[in-house]
Design a protein around this ligand. Structure first.
Ligand code: NAG
Ligand code: NAG
Length: 494
């Protein structure tokens, strides 16, 4: 599709003045995304990039006895079980980027259960907001809901902060004094709320999902923590592309955890501000994978819903291009309950697995392919990938632009041309990286939960910079509150 667009733009561009205008317009529209938070955003953006690329990013002293003591003396009952040794080991956590950084300190709002485990039919006992997960862990529904379940795993991880081992593997620790926190976590299970409660029931005006979003916005706007930062240091999960559909327009100063930016304008969500998290794969992990290039008979595999809206139209075109090719499995049908076993078998028997844009740029097929050690072939021009600041996906994925992919024979020539040793190198790398995409409780070192916390932690210096810049002029009785707010309104530069 990009191909068609660009060829039509190409013909317009013969008029060179027009062309110049288009180029200028696109540069401005890209830049405007960076301009929205503070008037000084451009310089902020540059600083952020410098920080990410430099060893000075690791700001925090590697000697954490101070944090450890704080941890011991100031945290509340939940963490009282942590031994000194465990507390110290928090501080020694070394993230994948090689920088020494202490565990991210997270304050979590005690939202009423209707926002989180209540959505899983958990009933609170007495005045408890949270289940005591040492004795009961509410069960998450299986099936496709699980794809967007980051909210459940992250919240469980925070709840267990302080009593579940192995603590050295922790990237985040819960603090109970929000003034000491790096980020403020909003434990709304928004994807589950969308998946289960977005249908408007008879005789109701709103869905429960919409009602909860409204309530959440009202709740946040009166919190001291929100007012203090205008939401900049808040972490809000909206992994399902349709979750938080209403609230995102009000809560956008916060850091979102998303699957992609497909349904977001760039001033509401963007790669500078937000974190991309993996889907939880639905097919089975390939345990003890002893396969080889020759023992995987299928060359190229795709199983998924074929008729999708928006960017997903490419799926149909590829179906007609590939369906009759030798050694290619390209089939209809989303991977539902019964299909999971079959799809697992199929992907475990394939050398390459297609991951094509669906309704939005991301798709769970990528994470299914990684779990199968089937080298992903990604066709999705606007995809954003989890943890890409510390992971080089070109080591284990093939990327094909949409415009190339719809050329006859392009995909097949490329895939047939990949030699056994190159494939084997990517397969080995897949086996190394797969742990970064595993969600589980208790969470383990460098699994998806810890990687997401680390990704949030890498955004913290930029958040602090933004906050400090916005605080240059403290609020006064007269109009400077207005000025403060003006920083936070999404800008439209046209
Ligand atoms: C860290 O702190 C401890 C105790 O305060 C001290 O003995 C040690 O030398 C320090 N290490 C570094 C690397 O500063
Ligand atoms: C929370 O932390 C701040 C800053 O460290 C401190 O001034 C305040 O007294 C603490 N509040 C409580 C209730 O401990």
């Amino acid at each position: 599709m990009a191909d068609r667009n660009s060829s039509s733009i190409g013909s317009i561009c013969r008029n060179s003045l027009f062309c110049l205008l288009i180029v200028i317009a696109s540069i401005f529209s890209i830049l405007s995304g960076f301009f929205v938070l503070c008037s000084t955003s451009l310089s902020h953006y540059m600083s952020h990039n410098l920080l990410l690329n430099s060893k000075y990013f690791a700001i925090v002293d590697s000697n954490n006895s101070r944090e450890a003591n704080q941890y011991e003396t100031k945290t509340q009952p939940l963490s009282s079980l942590a031994s000194k040794e465990e507390a110290v080991s928090h501080g020694k956590y070394v993230p994948d980027c090689g920088a020494n950084i202490h565990a991210l300190k997270v304050f979590m709002y005690d939202l009423p259960p209707e926002f989180h485990f209540g959505l899983l039919d958990w009933k609170a006992k007495a005045a408890n907001v949270w289940p005591d997960i040492r004795s009961e862990i509410p069960v998450y529904p299986g099936g496709l809901n699980l794809q967007h379940s980051i909210e459940y795993w992250l919240t469980l991880d925070l709840l267990s902060s302080g009593f579940s081992g192995p603590l050295h593997a922790r990237a985040a620790t819960r603090v109970h004094n929000s003034s000491e926190a790096d980020v403020i976590f909003v434990p709304f299970f928004s994807s589950l709320s969308y998946n289960r409660f977005s249908k408007v029931k008879l005789q109701e005006q709103y869905s429960q999902d919409k009602m909860l979003q409204e309530k959440l916005v009202k709740f946040l706007q009166v919190q001291e923590e929100w007012k203090r930062s205008g939401g900049l240091d808040h972490v809000i999960m909206a992994h399902h592309p349709n979750s938080m559909l209403e609230a995102r327009n009000q809560l956008w100063p916060a850091m979102f955890i998303l699957s992609d930016f497909g349904r977001y304008p760039p001033n509401i969500a963007n790669v500078q501000k937000d974190v991309i998290a993996p889907y939880k794969h639905v097919i089975k992990s390939f345990v003890n994978d002893m396969s080889t290039f020759d023992s995987r008979p299928i060359l190229l595999y795709f199983q998924g819903a074929i008729y999708r809206k928006d960017g997903g139209i490419i799926r149909q075109e590829l179906f007609y291009l590939l369906k009759d090719e030798k050694d290619v499995h390209f089939a209809f049908g989303s991977i539902q309950r019964d299909g999971i076993k079959e799809a697992s078998q199929g992907m475990h028997s394939s050398k390459f697995c297609l991951s094509i844009a669906g309704d939005t740029p991301s798709s769970n097929r990528l994470f299914d392919a990684i779990a199968s050690h089937c080298v992903p072939v990604i066709i999705s021009d606007d995809i954003e990938l989890p943890f890409e600041d510390v992971l080089d996906y070109s080591e284990f994925c093939i990327f094909i632009s949409t415009s190339d992919a719809i050329n006859k024979n392009y995909i097949m020539n490329l895939v047939r041309g990949i030699r056994q040793d190159d494939w084997t190198r990517m397969w080995k790398r897949l086996k190394e990286v797969e742990k970064f995409f595993e969600f589980q409780y208790p969470s383990r070192e460098d699994d998806a939960v810890q990687m997401i916390w680390q990704a949030v932690a890498r955004k913290v210096p930029a958040v602090k910079l933004k906050l400090h810049r916005c605080r240059r002029f403290p609020p006064t009785a007269d109009g400077s509150k207005e000025k403060e707010r003006a920083f936070l309104v999404p800008g439209n530069f046209w």
